[in-house]
Design a protein. Structure first.
Length: 341
């Protein structure tokens, strides 16, 4: 039994009294309690790989912000690591891969499916501990990176503005790219199903780098794999978020998922027109709007809710930036919670 189940009711397409609200990257550097815990540890990965700490950090924004869902504290890059490609997380620099995927041997050497997903016991343990600590207060969201986004990091070696090395891979070695994407897809399916078995109440796929692809590339190298994941992960509601993937929204309407995430560049009316009436839409306030004074935050939040009208989960159009004032994040959440349709 979940006491505050407004997110799950909304995901089922039910009419709700107000839209539910949670934030991408709600856990982490905006919270003083996160920063002090993080400072006492060897690094980000210790937090991710220690189930009791991951559970603790997952609960922090639920306690502090009063959001309608918890999202498991983890990272999308645990999947490449479980497949044999370890990542590093450097302070302020973001993630990097000491070894990247370049050729057929590199792809052949990667583990896939259950064999890889079984290396992620620490994640399933974190899910179980988090569920216990939440004690049914709000639902717990589990997540994975989408195949293309994970491939982008594995071939590029880290973050990038253009992901031109990853895109070069698609243009020069398309068959090998498909083999890699296939292995990632099989692993993600096992991983999400194991997370569901461990107790998550909903899952979200992050295709954070959808927007560097052309529509044709997206149709060939990303969409079919997301479709396969949606078709093979069952039992809880699914949310698909393809950042800057507005050009794929009309096709995403046919995915076996309950909700589609929109980034902040998509006008809510157009988003609804493109996706059609069936899916719930999630998003999409510009994270930078949370730098504004409180009255402005309230105004743009309420306007967004009015623009989406119904079948809407409030979120940002991408993750929270670490220098967002905590009081402004609270103002955003409170504005949603005091709204009445
Ligand atoms: O609160 C939550 O949303 C749950 C936790 C979460 C993290 N990463 C924690 C994190 C989630 C859902 C992710 C997903 C993730 N990780 C994505 C997809 C979402 C997106 O933002 O598009 C991506 C692309 C990654 C890879 C990644 N991890 C990057 C690019 C970075 C550096 C980001 C930065 O701002 O420096 C990370 C590190 C990371 N993941 C942090 C957190 C809290 C910061 C680490 C720290 O405390 O130093």
């Amino acid at each position: 039994m979940i006491k505050n189940d407004i997110l799950l009711r909304a995901l089922q397409g039910q009419e709700v009294e107000r839209p539910p609200v949670w934030l991408m990257r709600q856990a982490g550097r905006i919270l003083p309690q996160y920063r002090s815990l993080r400072a006492s540890l060897s690094g980000f990965k210790e937090l991710v790989m220690t189930p009791s700490l991951a559970a603790e950090v997952t609960l922090q924004p639920v306690d502090e912000l009063g959001v309608d869902a918890a999202i498991l504290f983890s990272d999308i890059l645990v999947i490449p690591e479980a497949m044999g490609l370890g990542y590093e997380m450097e302070e302020r620099k973001g993630p990097s891969f000491p070894k990247v995927v370049e050729n057929a041997d590199d792809v052949a050497n990667l583990l896939e499916g259950n064999a890889a997903a079984l290396h992620l016991d620490y994640v399933y343990e974190a899910v179980k501990l988090t569920k216990k600590s939440l004690a049914g207060r709000v639902p717990l969201i589990g997540f994975s990176g989408a195949p293309w986004t994970l491939m982008a990091y594995m071939t590029e070696g880290g973050g990038s503005k253009t992901f031109s090395k990853a895109k070069k891979f698609l243009y020069t070695q398309p068959e090998l790219a498909h083999q890699l994407l296939d292995k990632l897809t099989n692993t993600i399916i096992s991983y999400l199903n194991l997370k569901i078995e461990a107790g998550v109440d909903a899952v979200q796929l992050f295709d954070s780098w959808a927007g560097v692809l052309s529509p044709e590339q997206y149709r060939e190298f990303s969409f079919p794999y997301i479709k396969k994941i949606c078709d093979n992960v069952q039992g809880v509601p699914k949310i698909v978020f393809a950042k800057d993937g507005w050009f794929a929204l009309t096709e995403m309407a046919y995915l076996d998922c309950q909700a589609i995430g929109l980034d902040w560049t998509v006008n809510p009316h157009l988003g609804r027109e493109w996706v059609g009436p069936k899916k719930v839409l999630q998003g999409n306030l510009d994270p930078c709007a949370l730098y504004a004074p409180a009255p402005k935050i309230r105004q743009v939040t309420e306007q967004m809710i009015l623009d989406f009208k119904s079948k809407h989960i409030v979120n940002l159009g991408h993750g929270l930036y670490p220098d967002t004032p905590l009081s402004n994040v609270k103002c955003f959440v409170d504005s949603v919670k005091s709204f009445c349709y």
